[in-house]
Ligand binder design. Structure first.
Ligand SMILES: [Cu+2]
Length: 153
């Protein structure tokens, strides 16, 4: 491959990376604060999480850095709830956005909103050490205690 061709290929690759992944207007991500979406072909440990008013069960978990977790999330409450995996800082910022736009849609791989009796799964790889959280950003729910703590060792 000559030099000009190599440069052209590099430019195309950069352009593809810069292209937005979706039409998500409110909070597009290029990276995630709590790790990265999991790979279904790799092994994972399952953790079941129940959501109700106004708590998660369990409300704290511990994982190893690099570990992949399959969260099986159930809403056993009577209201809509969310499970958004991020740093506290990011969730607080996101909560402010939600107050302005309470019906904001979430289609990010690090979070989900569930109606009562619904369940779903999130596959997540914790690539960074530190303390993270899952919380519900339906207005006021986080303030009432819908926070779970994730310690990545
Ligand atoms: Cu909630």
């Amino acid at each position: 491959m000559n030099k000009i061709t190599t440069t052209a290929v590099t430019l195309i690759a950069v352009a593809a990376l810069a292209w937005p992944a979706s039409g998500h207007e409110k909070h597009g991500h290029e990276s995630y604060s709590a790790g990265e979406p999991g790979n279904p072909k790799k092994p994972s440990r399952t953790i079941e999480v129940e959501m109700s008013e106004m708590e998660y069960n369990p409300s704290r978990i511990e994982v190893k850095r690099g570990e992949q977790i399959r969260f099986v999330i159930r809403n056993v409450g009577k209201e809509d709830h969310e499970f958004l995996l991020a740093t506290t800082k990011e969730n607080l910022k996101h909560a402010e956005d939600m107050k302005k736009n309470p019906h904001m849609e979430h289609d990010d791989p690090n979070g989900v909103r569930l109606k009562p009796k619904m369940s779903t799964e999130i596959l997540w790889k914790f690539t960074k050490r530190g303390t993270f959280e899952y919380s519900c950003l339906v207005p006021d729910h986080r303030d009432y205690g819908m926070i779970g703590k994730v310690t990545v060792k």
